[in-house]
Design a protein around this ligand. Structure first.
Ligand code: FE
Length: 207
């Protein structure tokens, strides 16, 4: 079965000025969709029909098929990113907050570190909060690279720092985009769910 463009878990106008409907029209409707279309063209050439999305990512990496890896990586990364966002403002609580305080000192310090990673990441990519051997870590990956392809990176939270994620609403001001979303639009319930180590499966698709 071909991969599909997953539906957004909220209305495109749910975030007001934080993320405009126009951004969703382009980012989800054009960019994310294009990765799906292109991946479905390349999957048969790689002999990967029927592979799940996460399996296709790992196989494309092993086979050195960079073109396919980029498309399937971006399908998964974007699917996960949409789930990380919430139109209702939330705060981390419970076990997640405990771990944040244990590994970063405080929520503010964690957010400052995440912002620095996202803003400092050169060119296109993704900023990540991951679980590595039970410890929270902040890192970033270039272009379409994804925690799915890295052992020891259990994904908890991501922000897309490709220009297409923020240029309509924030122009070149990546720090404002990162700051606005971190303060107002993160689905901390989803982030906390991913502490079970099953984050990869939540944005996966069967092939
Ligand atoms: Fe994107």
């Amino acid at each position: 079965m071909p991969f599909i463009l997953p539906e957004l878990p909220y209305a495109k106008n749910a975030f007001g000025d934080l993320i405009s409907q126009e951004t969703f029209d382009f980012h989800h409707g054009k960019h994310h969709n294009a990765y799906v279309v292109k991946a479905n063209e390349l999957i048969p050439q790689a002999g990967l029909e029927g592979a799940s999305l996460s399996k296709a990512i790992k196989a494309a990496k092993e086979m050195g098929k960079t073109g396919l890896f980029n498309q399937v990586g971006q399908i998964w990364n974007h699917s996960f990113y949409w789930l990380c966002l919430s139109p209702e403002k939330q705060q981390p609580t419970g076990k997640l907050l405990d771990l944040i305080q244990r590994d970063f000192g405080s929520l503010d310090e964690m957010l400052a570190k995440f912002k620095a990673e996202a803003v400092g990441h050169f060119a296109s990519g993704w900023a990540w909060l991951v679980l590595n051997n039970g410890k929270l870590e902040i890192t970033s990956l270039h272009d379409a690279d994804t925690p799915v392809a890295h052992d020891g990176m259990q994904p908890l939270l991501t922000l897309d720092v490709w220009e297409h994620a923020y240029y309509i609403d924030y122009r070149n001001a990546r720090p404002d985009y990162v700051d606005s979303l971190l303060k107002n639009a993160i689905n901390w319930e989803f982030v906390a769910q991913n502490l079970d180590g099953e984050g990869v499966s939540r944005a996966d698709q069967s092939g």
